[in-house]
Design a protein around this ligand. Structure first.
Ligand code: C2E
Ligand code: CA
Ligand code: CA
Ligand code: CA
Length: 278
């Protein structure tokens, strides 16, 4: 009715209208950017106990013609809510595979590259097919790829998760739990999953040398990973103190500004060629 229509309008504050407009604008811009290929992957190296590169994480950026490089925090959520993440996620997988192929063609020994996969993307019934398709088109081997899933994605639908993880593992991919410790997954869940690696969330690493609670939590995670037979990467390592603590507790994988920021594909190739014997 007209009356209730007027009532609901009175709840609709102008700033809410503005927010909604902005959101629709953003969504349209995002859709257009996907069509025009205005995205790029950066790569952040991961290091082992001897400071050798053991892998890298692919991180998406939006190359906006006016606003410049836009970080994922500003668009991933909208991409997920609008389901544009499905298209974007497909692009990320293919782009990473083609990039690996290109590096290899240039004679580089490329470590495993990790890709972030969001919930809606992983839940697609053809997700494993998408991976297989990108491997086939690029011609790279499955051991070049790692999938990063958050605990949230994993416990969303545990049966489907286990089934897909098994299929990915059977192909030869590696699987990591991202942001480990920030979700709700219990040990009972983790034990069921065919995982390779845990990534300790950077929120625990940040205060590791000053907050005794964080120190104990991290130490426990490292022990747990060991007992479950999983490798481990500590995220957000920014200082020598954090690194020393992590090493003293037996952590063997590190990622963070202390070692390297995310860099362009060309810069990452340079990092690799400094390391590999030519
Ligand atoms: P994430 O998966 O936890 O990625 C790590 C984030 O930490 C990256 O932010 C990285 O630049 C940042 N980082 C690296 N080292 C340090 C450090 O030493 N200190 C601090 N404070 N931060 C560090 P970025 O690139 O802005 O990405 C943010 C998030 O966006 C990612 O968090 C991930 O959840 C999401 N994301 C990025 N790329 C993709 C993608 O291709 N697909 C999906 N679905 N999500 C993505
Ligand atoms: Ca990640
Ligand atoms: Ca993370
Ligand atoms: Ca995160």
């Amino acid at each position: 009715s007209k009356a209730s229509g007027r009532n609901s309008i009175s709840f609709f504050h102008p700033s809410m209208q503005e927010a909604a407009d902005l959101r629709i604008k953003m969504e349209n811009e995002l859709r257009e950017a996907i069509d025009q290929g205005h995205f790029v992957l950066n790569y952040q190296a991961q290091f082992g106990a001897k400071n050798e590169i053991i892998g890298a994480e692919a991180l998406i950026r939006w190359q906006h013609p006016q606003k410049g490089l836009i970080p994922p925090v500003e668009f991933i959520k909208i991409a997920e809510e609008s389901r544009l993440i499905l298209q974007l996620g497909r692009w990320v997988i293919m782009e990473a595979c083609l990039q690996i192929q290109s590096w290899q063609q240039n004679g580089l020994i490329v470590p495993r590259i990790a890709i972030n996969v969001s919930s809606n993307q992983f839940r697609q019934s053809n997700f494993v097919d998408q991976i297989e398709h990108s491997l086939k088109v690029s011609g790279i081997t499955p051991d070049c790829l790692e999938i990063e899933l958050t605990e949230h994605v994993v416990i969303d639908n545990i049966e489907d998760t286990i089934e897909k993880m098994k299929a990915l593992k059977a192909l030869g991919l590696s699987i990591s739990i991202d942001d480990f410790g920030t979700g709700y997954s219990s040990l009972a869940y983790l034990k069921q999953l065919p995982l390779n690696q845990l990534k300790i969330d950077k929120s625990f690493v940040r205060d590791i040398s000053t907050d005794p609670n964080d120190a104990i939590i991290v130490e426990t995670m490292i022990d747990m990973a060991k007992h479950l037979g999983l490798t481990m990467i500590a995220e957000g390592v920014e200082t020598a103190e954090q690194l020393a603590f992590l090493k003293s507790k037996g952590c063997t994988g590190f990622q963070g500004y202390y070692f390297s920021h995310p860099v362009t594909a060309d810069q990452f190739a340079e990092l690799l060629s400094e390391q590999s014997p030519q």
